[in-house]
Design a binder for this molecule. Sequence first.
Ligand SMILES: [Mg+2]
Length: 145
Amino acid sequence: MNVSFDLDGTLICPDKPVEPLAWPLRLLARERLRMGTRELFARLGQSGIVPSIYTTSLRSPTSVRLLFRLHGLRLDRIVTAHHHGEKLARRGGEYAKIPDEYGFAVHVDDAPVCPPGSPMDSRIVLVEDGPEWHTKLWTQLRPRE
Ligand SMILES: [Mg+2]
C-alpha cells in the first residue's frame, strides 16, 4: 500500500515535542520530526510499507530526504510544490492535494485537502493533535487481514 504524509502540521510541528537526535546529527537538522514519527514508521515498515511525503511546501526533495535520514528513516517518494502545481491546475480549484495523481492509496494530513464527499476524500486520514497521534494513526493505517 502506498501511503503519503504531509509535513507541516503533520510530521513537522514546531509547537509539539520532537524526536530526539544525537548531538552531531542535531547540528545538521534544520527541522525536527514530531515525536512518535519513528515508532509509526517502524510499524509501517514491519508491514512492508515505506512511507512517501506529499507536501505543498517549497522544501527541496533532497532536504526532506536528509531530514528523515538524520532520524534514521527511509522514504519512498517525495512530492513537493515543485511537482504539484501543474497537475493541480488541471483538477480545478477545489483540491488542495491530489493523492490519486501520484498513486497514493492513503494520504495523511492535518487539513482536509479534498472536497467533502469527493471520491478522493475517502483516501484522506486526518492526524490528531495529542501525544497519541501516532498510535491512533496506526490503527487506521495498519493492513487488515
Ligand atoms: Mg499540513
